[in-house]
Design a protein around this ligand. Structure first.
Ligand SMILES: C[S@@+](CC[C@H](N)C(=O)[O-])C[C@H]1O[C@@H](n2cnc3c(N)ncnc32)[C@H](O)[C@@H]1O
Length: 391
């Protein structure tokens, strides 16, 4: 018999995130008041009431999706699978006038074909609603009212409804598709893992399109990343618009005054990247709140000493293929840190460990993370003050 959670006040949620920032996601979930947090690499699960799902979409910076579990059951055959899906009270979840889609993935299941299993799931849902209500909902793969996510693994079936249509990392502040941008959810996760106090000066000396700086400003202002977004759950059968409006109002009220923002300083030698950063800041409502300079590392003198330097330098897989250039850049980065950032901490994302030697600094911590297709390390360095060197 399929177990479903719709009638229960406690629901189970499944939240994928970029690999490596699970601890940051967990911190965010604890802050939201999530219960029984669990999970493995690439995701976290938690329990909580319906409004916690709404809160998760509104507030989570490191999540890619928020999925609410509708059912979990075992199925070793097509018939068992169909019956399990059919047994759910779909007439309470969907309704005949709505549209739905099923995104299925299967591994070691009764069928190898995800598309086929997805269709079988859709048939069971549609048959149940037609049997109970006389007519059936339609399928809409582009813009469904009910986007279902199905995973069948080793005889176990997990059925969710996606609370968001588009990935949560798409905050909406990028004016155009840029080369080698950092995924927004990854950038936010790395900022959280760096334990930045959200009050002291932060510098990204190779800021590119400014992802770290924008995410840092949003963190420091306590700005909910989901405030300007529409979510799939707003079209659900059981959507509670009054509660959602109060959560959004609470988020608006929480937003700190921009006067409280610490100095956020960015530089890059590439003027085009800085133009994109400026546009993104404007779209994010942060115009004038981050200082950007067009400068090479060698000539960059931040107006105030940074407590935290956080940066994603080139490491050769995507931009800059000449390794000697890259070696020089990493050496310049080490020099910049010693020259300008003594007494501070640097966190550097790196996808090529050979290059880190150029920094001539001792790595204090290494956190493995995945940046798109690349296995990277997020590396921590404490920068000694010039006057302490040799002591
Ligand atoms: C991987 S990209 C950073 C991407 C950025 N995190 C983002 O979200 O768009 C590396 C950046 O380093 C800049 N860069 C490379 N060498 C530099 C140097 N010597 N001085 C300043 N910037 C440099 C490049 O122009 C590029 O924008």
């Amino acid at each position: 018999m399929a177990r479903h959670g719709l009638s229960m006040s406690e629901r189970k949620y499944f939240v994928p995130c970029p690999l490596g920032v699970e601890d940051a996601l967990e911190m965010e979930l604890k802050e939201l008041g999530a219960n029984r947090i669990g999970g493995s690499p690439g995701h976290r699960t938690f329990f909580g009431p319906k409004d916690l799902g709404y809160r998760a979409c509104l507030w989570l910076r490191t999540a890619i999706r928020v999925q609410e579990q509708l059912a979990q059951f075992e199925a070793r055959s097509e018939q068992e699978f169909y019956d399990g899906v059919y047994s759910l009270p779909w007439e309470q979840i969907c309704g005949q006038e709505r549209t739905l889609s099923v995104d299925a993935s299967v591994r070691n299941a009764f069928s190898k074909h995800s598309k086929y299993v997805g269709l079988l799931c859709k048939d069971a849902v549609v048959d149940r609603i037609r049997d109970r209500m006389g007519s059936r909902p339609n399928v809409d793969t582009q813009d469904p009212d009910l986007p279902l996510k199905l995973t069948v693994q080793e005889g176990k079936v997990y059925l969710y409804r996606n609370l968001n249509h588009k990935s949560l990392h798409k905050r909406g502040y990028r004016p155009i598709q840029v080369k080698s941008p950092l995924n927004e959810a990854l950038a936010a996760g790395l900022l959280i893992l760096s334990a930045w106090d959200r009050k002291s000066t932060l510098v990204d000396p190779m800021c590119g399109s400014g992802t770290f700086l924008i995410e840092a400003a949003q963190l420091a202002l306590d700005l909910a990343p989901g405030l300007g977004q529409n979510f799939a759950f707003e079209r659900f059968h059981d959507f509670d618009p009054i509660h959602w409006a109060s959560l959004r109002q609470e988020a608006l009220d929480r937003k700190r005054d921009t006067h409280s923002l610490p100095l956020l300083l960015g530089a890059d030698r590439h003027g085009g990247a800085l133009e994109i950063a400026k546009k993104s800041l404007a779209i994010a409502g942060l115009r004038g709140l981050v200082s950007l300079s067009q400068s090479d590392l060698k000539a960059f003198h931040p107006e105030k000493k940074a407590k935290l330097v956080i940066t994603n330098p080139p490491y050769g897989h995507r931009i800059g293929t000449d390794t000697s250039d890259l070696e020089a850049t990493w050496k310049d980065l080490g020099d910049f840190l010693r020259r300008e950032c003594g007494g501070g901490v640097a966190w550097i994302l790196c996808g090529n460990k050979e290059l880190t030697r150029g920094l001539r600094l001792r790595t204090e911590r290494r956190i493995p993370v995945r940046n798109g297709p690349l296995d990277c390390r997020f590396l921590k360095y404490s920068i000694r003050r010039k006057e302490d060197i040799g002591k």
